[in-house]
Design a protein around this ligand. Sequence first.
Ligand code: GLU
Length: 339
Amino acid sequence: MDRTDPHHRHRPARGRLAPSPTGGLHLGHARTFLAAWLAARASGGSLLIRIEDLDASRTRGEAKAGCLIDLSWLGLDWDEGPDIGGPSAPYVQSERLATYADALERLKERECVYPCTCTRADIARAASAPHLEDEGPVYPGTCASRSAADAESLGDRPFAWRFRVPAEPIGWDDLVIGPTSIDLSRAGGDFIVARSSGPFAYQLAVVVDDAAMGVTQVIRGDDLVASTPRQILLFEAFGLPRPEFGHVPLVFGADGRRLAKRDGSIKLGTLRESGLDPRRLIGWLAKSWGLAEEVIPSTPGDWVSRFSLARLSREPWTVSAEAWQELLGPGVIGPPQAG
Ligand code: GLU
């Protein structure tokens, strides 16, 4: 693969920003969304915003509007989304349940899924995208001998629909990491796409939506790498073309841990209210991506002509005390302690 021009396969790209409204967006989201936005815009393409709010237990109502406010404040824009509509509306997952139900029916007809009555924590967690710490052990296949029709004999017993994974590696040419392959039969095993009592799982919803919305390029954090083979299997099961995937490195706090939403100091809302100039933040993020040597106050659009995925720094980025001061100015005590 020619990594010097990663856009050559899809030009212009149709990208998406898919925030989960589970708390305010933070610096790590801003950095990833800036890369996703630039990747689409630098290809001459378009972007949509989709709110991923299937996990009702974690979704906070005010955070839905907050995501859009945070992203606008950064200077990012979009061509379709919950606030402006578009041909693939609605752009909020909780309003798309009928589409997911149809998709699940197709998986049942094709015997791609079986009803699983194992009570495991991952069944409860399936509505959210599984970030690194959420990946559990391999499902042992306890219920795999069931067919889809066996669900009828389960009566009121709650169950989950599990997708059968093949015992072979699933590969893709990652736009950022390069050729990658994961054997799901050794990493998680058969995975959940829905629960009998709802909700639908992130893996099912994200594939149905990316296909329905015509997304051709998915740029997201590398904690979601293990979701990609699952999503590729679902695209194949539906007979739909898959987007290209690129996974960018995450941001870590000075304590070496991934930035987390619960640390208020790194939330975009907190930074906005503190009076921080978003142009300074964009310049700081651009520098963190290796796009500049210095913090140059700027808008996302200022970086479009200089951007390519191949130029992005491949290293996880740590917000050191110096970096934090570079953003906020001297006299600020300490970098964010993530956790
Ligand atoms: N909504 C997911 C999250 O915030 C992102 C999913 C994706 O980009 O595929 O973790």
